[in-house]
Ligand binder design. Sequence first.
Ligand code: ADP
Ligand code: ASP
Ligand code: MG
Length: 444
Amino acid sequence: MLVLKFGGTSVGSVENFRKVAEIVRNTRGDKIVVLSAMSGVTNTLVQITDLLEQGQSENALELINGLNQKYLDVARELLDSDEAYYKAQVVLKKHHQTLLTMTSEEFNSDQEKIVLAQGELVSTNLFQLYLEDIEEDSVLLSALDFMSIDKHGEPKTQVIRERLGKILSNYQSSIFITQGFICRNANLQIDNLKRGGSDYSASLIGAAVGAEQIQIWTDIDGMHNNDPRYVDSTFSVSEMSFAEAAELAYFGAKILHPQSIIPAQENNIPVLLLNTFKPDSKGTLIHNKASVRKIRAIAAKDNITAIKIKSYRMLMAYGFLKKVFEVFEAHKTSIDMITTSEVAVSLTIDNTEKLDVITNDLQGFGNIEVDTDLSIICIAGDIAQNKKGITSAIFEGLKDVPIRMISYGGSNYNLSFLVKTSDKIAVLNLLNESLFPELAAAHA
Ligand code: ADP
Ligand code: ASP
Ligand code: MG
């Protein structure tokens, strides 16, 4: 079994739906096709929920009707037969109705999740009708029947495996289609795996069925050595290890959802990143046999806040860090980076929801400083075995940039440091030159 996940751009238009169908048809063997919402749709659904929350139902209605019209236009152009178009109209009416009822009811967070789920539900329905229209046999599965998370938002992998296995055993088909992103939570309500979560769905599904490979089809030819949104001369990296990919995804490489590599890694399922618009290009293979490479790629994660706790009580004291960590644990806030000196601890968080209570609780430990608008720059590669020379190459390139924190040696695959977000683009470009000079030239 293969898992093929197509992101928003890949199903963003009639033409692209056709491209996806072509790729699915040309892929041999049994497969589960995981689709995102059409590009821009989840953003529109977020806007709709914001408007409904603010009681602006008139404006929300305008967006809801606009979305419905867009879907109808896509369906009319995509589907040749009147029968398929009629079926699409029935499906779209149901989704339109679901959104319309939200405008007249009191809006709460459960409804917000229902609204956000509509994008994937529609794209998968349209795709399945298209396959039917071109006489390609397929089965549409609802992710809501098997994709399950617990009360902490963590996937229930055993439940997913059992349910999906049982559902698949009911059908004889070589093409299954299902939604990325959406799931049911511990209360069995509709929920999601956070923005960009379709990659995570694909990986969880791949792990659940013991897939041979998980293919992530997107709008770029694999993982690049640097963020192509900010750096011009980037190139596709042909292979990397799970650990490197996991670090890059976690530290901001948008091509992959932060947690999406973990299920594949745990089950040793290779992940192939491919380009829907250049299906023949090699892409990036993420596996456990990747050759050793000094520096593989760079990524950046924004919206980082640093907290510094200065305390002379730390001097020679044991148990101090434990108490600090307990504050973060109590407020369910995870720490990304940490550095210590004898009299101070600096750490970073990206979720600032509980920042006020956290700083309040930390007051008792010493003097607290909070710094915002920071970015973590992550350099991934086989860094431990090649320590000699690497750090000097990195810091020589950055000699004019103030660096707030450095984390090195925590894992063998990552060196990260903290800079002001306003310096991020300059830093990514400087590192591109200092760490990949020959390669950047060769691939330009
Ligand atoms: P999809 O909608 O298919 O999930 P995303 O927009 O989530 O696609 O991810 C693909 C985008 O990720 C690319 O278009 C690119 O701009 C961005 N990106 C950021 N960092 C990287 C990187 N290191 N390599 C490739 N793409 C990256
Ligand atoms: N549609 C969702 C989003 O835009 C999930 C995804 O595309 O991965 O975040
Ligand atoms: Mg994505």
